[in-house]
Design a protein around this ligand. Sequence first.
Ligand SMILES: O=C1O[C@H](COP(=O)(O)O)[C@@H](O)[C@H](O)[C@H]1O
Length: 265
Amino acid sequence: MGRPPNLYSFADIDSDLAPNLRKYVLDQQNEACKRHGVFRIAVSGGSLPKTLAKALLPPSNGSEEDKVDFSKWQIFYADERCVPLNHEDSNHKLVQEEWLNKIPKEMAQPEVFTISEEHLDDAQETADEYEQKLVSVFAARDSVKLPLFDLILLGCGPDGHTCSLFPDHPLLREQDAWVLSISDSPKPPAKRITLSLPVVLAAAKVGFVATGGGKKDVLKKIFETEEGSKLPCGLVNEGGGEKVSWFCDQAATEGVSFPRRGSVI
Ligand SMILES: O=C1O[C@H](COP(=O)(O)O)[C@@H](O)[C@H](O)[C@H]1O
């Protein structure tokens, strides 16, 4: 690994972490739009959408750099559960309720790519269908080896899982497929789909958001132990290096020896 990931520890989520996360996401939005006129982002479920809403819904301060332009956003899911889109376990439902439905109606709305509800009993079929959606966007004209997201925003489970890539699971070794299925997820529901590790590592930037005391043991493990570097989150750190940034609060980084306490602004 070259330079290590950035680890930011903020005193307060609302007044500190959220504005810094906003600046980070908007920097990626602005760079992506300059590069290719569109911002392709993948988001996770869990605790992330609530924090994302705090970061992205507050009014802009008026500067050009601070403008969220949802008309340019194409939103994908880093992982999804094989349940109907209005089911309590659906990451899409969560993201809608916490964030997307709160985008003021007079603003341009993002384009959101959900899983198909056609074959939910068959996780592999659902993964294949979602991969085809990615192919239609990322490989419309050329054959590309991997989709290149501008930003992937991830959570970190207390066991070190991210997306629906779980510790020691054979899916971590998958090299070719973009979207994988899992039917034995240790965290319910069992059937899910997930971006593969190579897809996560191919993104221009990867941002983790981990807050609360429930994350402190796993963060210490990931950042300070050999064992932790082999956990899914640790593998993203190892493979992504400096293009990976962690947005944490002090409760989550308590005891981690080298959190940067500064701000990314
Ligand atoms: O099951 C999942 O868990 C992870 C982590 O969730 P968190 O609540 O600990 O933040 C989440 O990132 C993923 O999208 C979700 O499907």
